[in-house]
Design a binder for this molecule. Structure first.
Ligand code: NAP
Length: 336
């Protein structure tokens, strides 16, 4: 009988890590993943996986825990998805963001180089590497003009991954993913704030979850957001994790842009989400300077034609369907 492949996922309790674990288990992999000891093992994204996956407690700040986990599990594939992943928080925590999101990648690459050098390595790069790009459509050749501490850290992570590939012959790929959302998205991100806000308002929830300012997400039926004109290329996370796996199945390691090549604004997202429950977003959404970024990234779409041609990957879920499934999931979650 063929030996089961082993995958090791950092950030396994996050949005992408949990979808990737679902996907790889379905494919017959043994799955192990890294969580911080301070995180709650009962995190909703992975409660359904407990007993099916191995959890290692560790931190991207702590090389020793990473190296021993890789040595112990001897993975065929390593997916580095852990990061301080909230661009907005990177202004308040710029040094921590650099330590985790930038140098954490080097620690993972070193752990793999020391513990299982022939493992294939996926780095969770981001469209934020393009930051203030002059281009409306970005692809693998677009210059990196990151303009926030998170994006700058992701440029470092992307380039150090490429450097290890070129210097040590490691099979290491960077997936430059544009924004991808789902019911498992953290509440610090605008899409999930909106869908959770819609559900709270629709159901009249008395104690809404807290936002990043430590205040109720919804106060007196109003949801406070940042720049409503900001535009993003939004896809469905569950589909994006398949692209990560496809990159590691190629003969040669390369970097790929994963996106939908379409743009919508935060306002569009609000309009669509409130319409799902028969409400007018204008009655419930306010923009507040407290939640705007000091610098905004360019409204760019991602050109995923290389991934389509070489990986056979393309997005399937459109913007309206994505909003709908997220609103429905939050209504269901709060109704329970
Ligand atoms: P996420 O839900 O925020 O998950 C990130 C995970 O990283 C969390 O589970 C967190 O673990 C873990 N983490 C944070 N700091 C850590 C540390 N010091 N040591 C170990 N683990 C740590 O993010 P995601 O949406 O799944 O994204 C996955 C990756 O893709 C991230 O690297 C992100 O930056 C990148 N990315 C995301 C998008 C997107 O639109 N979603 C786009 C491009 C790139 P705990 O469980 O311990 O809190």
């Amino acid at each position: 009988m063929a030996k089961r492949k082993v995958a090791f996922i950092t950030g396994i309790a996050g949005q992408d890590g949990s979808y990737l674990a679902d996907f790889l288990l379905e494919k017959g992999y043994k799955v192990a993943g890294l969580m911080r000891r301070t995180s709650n093992i009962r995190r909703t994204n992975i409660t359904h996986l407990l007993g099916k996956i191995s959890i290692e407690f560790g931190d991207l700040l702590d090389y020793h825990t990473l190296e021993s986990a890789i040595k112990k599990h001897q993975p065929d594939e390593v997916y580095n998805l852990a990061a301080q992943s909230v661009p907005a928080d990177s202004w308040t925590h710029p040094i921590y963001t650099g330590e985790v999101t930038a140098l954490g990648v080097t620690r993972m690459l070193e752990a793999v180089r020391s513990g299982k050098p022939d493992a294939k390595f996926y780095q969770g790069s981001s469209r934020e590497v393009f930051g203030g790009a002059r281009h409306q459509v970005c692809n693998e050749e677009t210059p990196y003009l990151a303009n926030n501490p998170y994006g700058v850290a992701k440029v470092y992570g992307h380039l150090i991954t490429r450097t290890y590939r070129e210097s040590y012959g490691m099979f290491a790929c960077g997936g430059i993913l544009f924004n991808h959302e789902s019911p498992r998205r953290g509440l610090h991100f605008v899409t999930r704030k909106i869908t959770m806000g819609v559900a709270c308002i629709k159901l009249g929830i008395a104690n809404p979850p807290l936002n990043e300012a430590g205040e109720p997400l919804v106060i007196d039926g109003k949801l406070l957001l940042g720049n409503l004109e900001a535009k993003r290329d939004w896809g469905y996370a569950k589909e994006y994790v398949e692209a990560m796996w496809l990159m590691l199945q190629r003969k040669e390691p390369e970097d790929y842009v994963i996106a939908t090549n379409s743009l919508n604004s935060v306002k569009d997202f609000c309009k669509s989400a409130f319409e799902q429950v028969g409400l007018n977003w204008k009655d419930h959404v306010r923009s507040h300077v407290q939640f705007t970024r000091p610098t905004e990234i360019t409204a760019s779409r991602g050109d995923y034609s290389k991934a389509k041609k070489e990986l056979g990957w393309e997005p399937k879920t459109g913007f309206q369907d994505l909003v709908k499934l997220m609103v429905e999931a939050d209504l269901e979650r709060l109704s329970r």
